[in-house]
Design a protein around this ligand. Structure first.
Ligand code: UTP
Length: 289
């Protein structure tokens, strides 16, 4: 069955970006002039996703407003013939049916995904985390959807992160199938370096079969006292094959400050309107360091 629906869990507290995230959702912090969540929504559109559910929480209304029609701004831009800006404002909301659910209590990523049960119905669906922005020729989630079409199973987007970083991620134990495709043998959330089965991490992109909901419902609290999606996927793997796909593309961990800065600099250097002046500026300050 083709994947048409995607879920973006965006209900977390965003503590790593305090005080910015005290009043502004982490997902609304911009990389240059676009909120990070819009990059994720655009990836979904480019992969052919038709319906998007964003899981929000108290204090995240700015996300809902962002995907709404901005009637006053659009009228002014239309009146002034500012076509390019108008397109930028309308970019995603015109192409995607976006809806929202509130997660009442932040009980973890697994619990946030469980909030999507009614929206998903009995279909395979994509989960996309806002902390990971991927720049690739083919949209990252589209690569996983293609593999789902071929194997008819859940597919997790993975890449190597280096042993020193394993304690920040869900880490997989898997065996090679073909090309960039692996079959999952096991998975552990945020392991210590000495307990990690590999340095291959799940990086914020999943295509999951609807069997996950029954597993989430019986997943106890795990790492950090939260209901972990990783633990539910382990339960699902006892009933169904799960695959891991080493996706192509450069991934930025914008959930931490270093990654956010790197994305900002790289994105600016790839923008025709900013590149030349910004590169000149960077060269100037590099000479002084
Ligand atoms: P994180 O663990 O990165 O948490 O969640 P966070 O709150 O976003 O950020 P920090 O670590 O406090 O800075 C991973 C993803 O799961 C979502 C988050 O919004 C993020 O996209 N999430 C997490 C929820 O939607 N609900 C939760 O209860 C927990």
């Amino acid at each position: 069955m083709k994947v048409k629906k995607a879920v973006i869990p965006a209900a977390g507290f965003g503590t790593r970006f305090l005080p910015a995230t005290k009043a502004v959702p982490k997902e609304m912090l911009p990389i240059i002039d676009k909120p990070t969540i819009q990059y994720i929504a655009e990836e979904a559109v480019n992969a052919g996703i038709e319906e998007l559910l964003i899981i929000v929480s108290r204090g995240k209304d700015a996300i809902i407003n962002h995907f709404d029609k901005a009637f006053e701004i659009e009228t002014i831009l239309e009146r002034d013939g500012k076509e390019e800006m108008l397109n930028a404002v309308r970019e995603v909301s015109d192409k995607l049916n976006v809806c929202f659910v509130r997660q009442q209590e932040q009980k973890g990523l697994g619990h946030a995904v469980l909030c999507a049960k009614t929206f998903v119905e009995n279909e395979p669906f994509a989960v996309m985390l806002g902390d990971d922005v991927v720049v690739s020729e083919k949209p990252c989630i589209g690569q996983l959807m293609e593999q789902h079409d071929k194997y008819g199973a859940s597919v997790l987007g993975v890449q190597k992160v280096g042993m020193e970083h394993v304690s920040k991620y869900g880490i997989v134990d898997c065996e090679h199938v073909e090309g960039r495709m692996y079959k999952l043998k096991g998975m552990v959330e945020k392991p210590k370096m000495e307990d990690a089965p590999s340095d291959v991490a799940v990086l914020g992109r999943y295509v999951i079969t609807p069997g996950i909901f029954e597993c989430l419902e019986r997943t106890p609290k795990g790492a950090g006292g939260e209901i972990q999606l990783t633990d539910a996927l382990v339960l699902l793997s006892e009933k169904e094959d799960i695959y891991a796909y080493d996706f192509e593309g450069k991934r930025y961990d914008i959930g931490n400050k270093q990654g956010f800065l790197q994305a900002t600099v790289d994105f600016a250097l790839s923008r025709p309107d900013l590149k030349d002046d910004f590169a000149k500026y960077l060269k100037g300050i590099l000479n002084k360091i």
